[in-house]
Design a protein around this ligand. Sequence first.
Ligand SMILES: Nc1nc2c(c(=O)[nH]1)N[C@H]1C(S)=C(S)[C@@H](COP(=O)(O)O)O[C@H]1N2
Ligand SMILES: [Mo]
Length: 196
Amino acid sequence: MNNILPPGQFETDKWPILHKGDVFNFNKTYWTFRLFGEVKEEVNLSFDQFMSLPKTTTAINMHCVTTWSKSGTVFEGIRLSELLNLVDLNEDVQYIKIFGYYNGDRFGYSANLPLKPLLGDDSLFVFRWKDETHAWQELDPKHGYPLRFIPPETFYLWKGTKWVSGIQFMKEDEAGFWEDFGYSMTANPFKEERFR
Ligand SMILES: Nc1nc2c(c(=O)[nH]1)N[C@H]1C(S)=C(S)[C@@H](COP(=O)(O)O)O[C@H]1N2
Ligand SMILES: [Mo]
């Protein structure tokens, strides 16, 4: 794994907590994950259906735009590409928005991303993690329990939607929650793409 820190970042052992709004209160009965937008047919997954998909374990470096980085955390989750197997995309889909809860609004938070860089083992909807000082543990509610996205390290961590609720497939790039406030559409830490 690449353990070079992007410019302007410093390493922390802790895993800081950053988000807007309330911590999501998970209830399995009502939870569904929606695959929608440029698809032939929308798909809605129950929590059990989502969790029955194949799992992957990968170490992923996290880089927050507020300048902390946490390297080598090992995550277990479901690859974004597993979800792609469940939908028939329309032609020319190149972007997605990953939605999550914001103050009880199921689609209140979102982050836009290009689809192509997200097809590997380092694009996971994660449910547990470990590092050098922590054994395997479930995600804390503040980190996105029951499921949150961790993007590849070539994207700042705000692209890692917590309390995920769905993916919208798109032909054109479209700003998400922080991008609407002036943060970068592309958000590559190694190029210091913090703002637009
Ligand atoms: N649903 C949701 N996801 C979110 C946010 C948020 O406000 N709501 N904040 C983002 C931001 S700005 C960051 S830096 C990361 C932080 O993740 P962490 O608190 O687990 O470190 O979550 C991202 N995911
Ligand atoms: Mo952030």
